[in-house]
Design a protein around this ligand. Structure first.
Ligand SMILES: [Zn+2]
Length: 251
């Protein structure tokens, strides 16, 4: 995929009139390079998204994500069935399909949802304070995308991937812009690795750093060197908004 191609060529229509990623969320050149670089290096991901979901798959996907913030954790099969009216056998089929698109993952034993991007049941260290609940995001970009996805201000608590010092980020009500970042010079490393499941490949290395200096120190210790791009918090918020903003938009 050519990263210099027109932005409209590097997105897919996830439902009528809704394209993902939403390039209009991007104004910073470095954020544009990050998104283009990601799509170029993870062609497999765009291919997975490009297969349009059926109406009932799409409904279940959105229901899972709404229930996630309503309950403060992954919804159970019983809760999903109650909300959607989908019978259990059909639910299994739809969940397996969403998993094949790398939109959710399931516990192999129980069949219950373990993660639905941007959220996971695993303790990743990226904590999203969303209303009365605290949720785990898979990575720094997923955390920053939550606000644009639900159209509401949130705060994020995490730690520097190099020194472990606390990092705190707040977004404005509509989510696309930052309200505050502590420490002010905190940055994000956006890793491009992808092996078919974001959660197991790139997510662990898409992280917050307390400073550009610590980001550079950490990158310097990686062998082989990691492919990716450094982002300011503002640029990273644009990338998160572009990727997650469209997900709950009605078609
Ligand atoms: Zn640090």
């Amino acid at each position: 995929m050519d990263p210099t191609a027109r932005p409209s060529e590097l997105s897919v229509e996830i439902r009528p009139g809704v394209r993902r990623p939403d390039w209009s969320a991007i104004t910073e050149p470095q954020a544009r390079r990050a998104l283009a670089g990601r799509l170029a290096s993870r062609a497999g991901l765009l291919n997975r998204w490009a297969v349009k979901l059926g109406d009932d798959e799409d409904l279940l996907w959105r229901t899972i994500l709404w229930l996630y913030v309503e309950l403060g954790c992954a919804p159970t099969r019983t809760e999903m069935a109650a909300r959607t009216g989908v019978p259990d056998a059909r639910l299994s089929t739809l969940l397996a399909s969403l998993r094949s698109h790398d939109l959710i993952d399931l516990d192999d034993v129980t069949g219950e949802v373990m993660l639905a991007y941007p959220f996971t049941e695993a303790a990743t260290g990226h904590r999203i304070h969303f209303g009365k609940h605290t949720l785990n995001a898979l990575c720094a970009i997923d955390a920053l995308g939550v606000a644009a996805m639900y159209r509401r201000g949130i705060s994020i608590s995490s730690r520097c991937h190099q020194c472990g010092s606390p990092i705190h980020v707040e977004t404005r009500a509509q989510g696309e812009r930052l309200r505050s970042t502590q420490p002010r010079g905190a940055v994000v490393w956006y890793d491009f690795a992808y092996d078919g499941s974001a959660a197991s490949s790139c997510c662990p290395a898409i992280a917050f750093f307390c400073s550009e200096e610590h980001r550079r120190e950490w990158c310097g210790t990686q062998s082989p060197p990691r492919a990716g791009i450094d982002l300011t918090m503002g640029e990273a918020t644009q990338v998160g908004s572009a990727i997650f903003g469209p997900i709950l938009m009605p078609g």
